[in-house]
Every structure is written in C-alpha cells, then in structure tokens.
Design a protein. Structure first.
Length: 318
C-alpha cells in the first residue's frame, strides 16, 4: 500500500514508522529481524531500508602503483525489503540514490522492485563518497534527486529509457523525498532549499521525510514555509534519540543540525552514556508527544541499526 494511502486510512491518528540499515557485509539478515521484532508491537505501516552505494579505496601495490579497490559495506536493500514484506506483512520502502547508479541501473532497480510488489520508494541524491569533497554522479547518472524523481514518474507512466519498447507496463510507485528543516549543508539558504524541494514535488514526489531535528519549532517553521510555497504533500518528521556523549559533536558535524542548548546542558551533566541514553529518550518522548498533539500523520524514527532506544520512546507515545 502507498504511504499516502496509509496516512489517509489512519483517519488523523499519528502512525509510527522507522528506518533500518542493511547489515554489514558478511552479517546475517537475522540481525535485522532482531532489531525489527521489538518494534512490531507499535504496528508500523511501513519500514524504510537505506541503500549504501559502493565506495572505493586505493591500495598501494608497489612500484608507485595504486589499485582501485571497490568496497561495498552494506549490500542487500532489495532483498531485505522483500524479506520484510514476506515476514511481517508491512510495506518496506527502499531508498534509491543518484550516486552509484546510471539511469539504466536505476531503471533495472525499479523493475526489480515492481516485480516484488513494492509500492513505495524514497528518492535521494545521496552523499559524496569519502574520497570526494562534492557529490559526483555516475557517467549517465542523475545529478539531482529531482532528476531521479522524474525518471520514476516516467516509469509510472510506462515511459522507459528504450523508447522503442512495445506494450510497456507502467509501474505505480509512491515517491518519497528528503528535506531539511535546517537546510541542506550545500544549500545557500533555507528558501533556496525549499525552492528545489518544490521542484521535486512538481516532478511527482508525493510525500516528504525530514532529516532529524531536535527542536520542534524548526520543524513547524519549515512546514509553514513549505505550505506558503504551495507544497501540500505530507511532511513526515524524522526523529532520533541521542544515545552517547560523542553524538553531541558527531550529529551536528555529520548531519548538519543544531542541538538545543537545554539538551546539550543535560547531556554534559551526565556521568556516563547510560545517563545520556535516558536524557535522549526523554527528550525524544517530549518531542514526539508534542508532534503527536499537533496532529502530525506519521513520526519516523532513525534507528541506526538499534531498536532499544526507539522502543523506549514508542512505548510512551504510541
């Protein structure tokens, strides 16, 4: 079922969803199930599964020569989505990226998803690989998420890359896109960022999921700006409870979000990460309850491969 249909069927009730990472290469899918199982009591209508593009390193092979070595750390997004739908009977939403994909790769990826009965996709540009300062697309790949959304929308109309295909069947994907209440790190301003978000909606995206944030006012102001610009699709907030002191520096650096001073003060006072975890859970509970009270249709949690903190939050909210 499409995300938009799940929201409509909820009749104004706030739903619970979460995102998981594929296991590291060499690990069994049971590690995924072990993290999903404790969260199923909260009846998630859908579960997001991230995609991690291939990265590469250069290995010194002697004589001044370097060998490019491909490293794929988290394969399995499509297989995990199929397994989730089969095991739990809930919709799995694969992330699909611009980075690492040619347009042909993208089309084949979408065909596989369509054959598996997957109704939703999250279309993202993706980050630059660690060896690059700025994002660099594949040759004959997409530069921007809006271009990726256009390709998916075309496939929904039965328009394939090979224009000579006869009797081609349209797909029927509900397309989600990402957004940044505190703006994307590469955007010159929030208004500019919203301009490009609107472009993705015009090209066929039907819902939005935000980057994590820790100040609800920033989310509400962002939604207000979007509505003023004519963006009417659901805007699902992304949430994450802080779990370690290290994340005080890591989260702002990696995800380019601000942490409220009150939250920082409470975490700094903690003697260990067990205490930090409790502060993070309590903060996220209060965030969630306020968003729920405001009638937000879905609260989406970033699990980062661990479900215990998310369960502690959800048990007090749903």
């Amino acid at each position: 079922m499409k995300v938009t249909r799940h929201i409509k069927n909820a009749n104004g009730n706030t739903q619970f969803s979460f995102e998981i990472l594929p296991p590291l290469k060499g690990q069994h899918i049971q590690s995924i199930f072990d993290n999903i199982d404790p969260l199923m009591e909260f009846n998630p209508p859908f579960i997001d599964v991230t995609y991690h593009r291939e990265e590469y390193t250069f290995k010194d092979v002697g004589n001044g020569l370097l060998k490019k070595q491909i490293v794929k750390k988290r394969p399995g997004t499509v297989g995990i989505c199929a397994a989730i739908q089969n095991k739990y009977g809930v919709d799995a939403i694969p992330h699909i990226l611009c980075g690492g994909f040619t347009k042909e790769d993208t089309e084949n990826f979408l065909i596989d998803l369509d054959f598996l009965g997957i109704d939703n996709v999250m279309a993202l540009r993706g980050d630059a690989v660690k060896t690059e300062t700025y994002f660099k697309p594949e040759k004959d790949g997409h530069h921007y998420a809006s271009e990726l959304v256009s390709q998916i929308s075309d496939l929904n109309k039965g328009v394939y890359l090979d224009e000579e295909l006869e009797n081609s069947s349209p797909t029927n994907f509900c397309i989600g896109v990402g957004a940044y209440p505190e703006k994307h790190a590469e955007a010159p301003s929030l208004d500019s960022d919203i301009h490009f978000l609107k472009k993705k909606i015009k090209k066929g995206a039907e819902y939005i999921v935000t980057q994590m944030f820790f100040d609800n006012d920033k989310y509400f102001k962002f939604v207000e700006k979007c509505r003023n610009e004519g963006i009417t699709v659901p805007i699902i907030p992304g949430l994450k409870p802080i779990a370690t002191k290290k994340q005080l520096n890591l989260i702002p650096h990696r995800f380019h979000v601000d942490l409220p001073e009150d939250l920082i003060i409470e975490i700094v006072k903690c003697k260990d990460n067990k205490a930090v975890r409790q502060v993070g859970v309590e903060w996220c509970i209060q965030q969630s309850k306020a968003l729920q009270k405001a009638g937000i249709p879905v609260l989406h949690y970033y699990s980062m491969g661990k479900s215990d903190n998310i369960k502690a939050v959800a048990s007090q909210v749903f």
